[in-house]
Design a binder for this molecule. Structure first.
Ligand code: ZN
Length: 154
């Protein structure tokens, strides 16, 4: 079941922080669900466009500095933004981060230490959503998104 990163995915990893690259490269070896690196480095102009379209909430994105990647399920030759495969990929990414002892933040549950979490990835999303609702805060989920935490990687 071994997958490999395609040329486009490798290109997206250019200029991304080496710790994040090592997680992605390990994750593709152990994931039972293929994925593509959709967005590594982003320019400020690209980010402005995403915010305008509502696809992102901030101009202060970790993509601009090479601290974030989006790993999108790749199924039958197409990118699919669907939770079921996203959960499977998140599992592999978490395992890779654990192996490498690299802290990671996941867009499915922004407020937790994803690397050291152990609950099923689907539960993490549900718990995060419940916490936000309890605080009357908006739930913004971005399942394919992974970033190195600002605290350890300013
Ligand atoms: Zn992202």
């Amino acid at each position: 079941m071994a997958f490999a990163l395609g040329p486009n995915s490798l290109k997206e990893l250019n200029n991304v922080h080496e710790d994040l690259v090592s997680i992605v490269k390990r994750a593709i070896q152990i994931t039972p669900q293929d994925f593509s690196v959709h967005d590594g480095i982003r320019t400020l102009e690209e980010q402005k466009e995403l915010v305008k379209r509502g696809a992102s909430k901030t101009l202060n994105s970790r993509h601009i500095t090479g601290h974030a990647v989006d790993l999108v399920p790749y199924i039958n030759g197409k990118l699919r933004w669907e939770w079921e495969p996203i959960f499977v990929i998140a599992d592999a990414v978490r395992l890779a981060a654990k192996e490498l002892s690299i802290p990671l933040t996941w867009g499915g549950a922004w407020d937790i230490d994803f690397t050291n979490s152990n609950e099923p990835t689907e539960d993490l999303v549900n718990d995060y959503s419940a916490r936000r609702k309890k605080m009357n805060k908006r739930v913004f989920l971005d399942g394919p998104h992974y970033e190195l935490p600002r605290i350890t990687y300013p």
